[in-house]
Design a protein around this ligand. Sequence first.
Ligand SMILES: Cc1cc2nc3c(=O)[nH]c(=O)nc-3n(C[C@H](O)[C@H](O)[C@H](O)COP(=O)(O)O)c2cc1C
Length: 377
Amino acid sequence: MTTEKKVEALRRETSPLFNDRKIKLGTFSSNLSGGCAITTIDGVLEVTWPNTLTLARLADEMEFEALVPVGRWRGFGGVTNFNGAGFECFSWAAGIGALTKYPAVFATSHVPTIHPIMAAKQATTIDHISGGRFVLNIVTGWHKPEIEMFGAPLIEHDARYEMAAEWLHIIKRMWTEDDEFDFEGRYYQVKGAYLDPKPIRRPYPVIMNAGGSEKGRHFAAKHCDVAFVVFNPADLDGARRHIAAYRKLAREEYGRDIQVWAASYVVQRETEKEARDFYNYYVHEKGDWVAVTNLVETMGLNAQTLPPGAEEAMKEHFIAGWGGYPLVGTNDQVVEGLAKLSDIGLDGTVMSWPRYEEGMRQFQKVTIPALRQAGLR
Ligand SMILES: Cc1cc2nc3c(=O)[nH]c(=O)nc-3n(C[C@H](O)[C@H](O)[C@H](O)COP(=O)(O)O)c2cc1C
């Protein structure tokens, strides 16, 4: 089928996230300066509209399934003030949705920063702009200083997910119910809630959540279509069990099938040694360890994604690619790594490159054909 025909089919009924490719692919954090690499090397992503659009268009040409921006309101300090500059997710998704054809376009939405009526309306607008490709990624917030910018405290961890459940309940009702409704909840009260038109994707857009805590996992299993996991790259058997347990939780407790994804980062060179040398250069020689320390400390205090004590060991992976799985080596090794991610049970991975555009162009040239040849795409 030509891309145009596929796009038409998606517009009518579904999202590229539900295609049958063995490993689905996406970009991660292409809306923020630095992307996913916390380093002072030259060539890291500088967020301007032309730069972020170039990355989205490259992903579109490769028929990536997902464009996942990160919701961030201030940076993490250090000399890079990592992720301090960047574009707001809904407006980014609207622009990117208008200018791409194939990938699902996500907006990462911090629950306490946006009223559900506004979120439902904006999401619907972007779903129309993108022809049914919008995905709502729900995050509850953990970077305390950025949530406090909105003038209210970051509420207690588990209560954040109760608030998110009310927030999403209102949004789903607006997306699906024709009649106006009132809602009296603990966190939200709405009167005569009304939405027209409805989203293109019926009954409503795809929903993602990446909560790592027990409460977050139950939220995703119960309410969402796509969940993200963070795991120790050195323990793939543990990751396999964790992914299987996630699916089992969704199926057995909530009667639902969910997709499970993870993040990864790509450093590909002619030889493994060259790839490792470049990794050492941008992570160990040029990494911004002050910014990453601030990041993992606030994450350690306010989120439950990383096992206690794992923060120190994960710092390196956060510098290299936001805690993702390393795809470091030759093209064959990158392909093998992606095959491994599929083998442990993941549906897909959102990727980043330290030098984002250069890395994506190389991926397009050599990795995509190799993935096709390996039957993974
Ligand atoms: C792939 C992925 C994407 C995420 N995107 C964001 C984001 O854009 N903004 C944000 O504040 N948190 C983001 N998170 C963090 C999670 O949504 C979650 O808040 C955090 O991992 C803490 O989990 P917990 O709330 O279950 O303790 C992301 C996590 C992952 C794994």
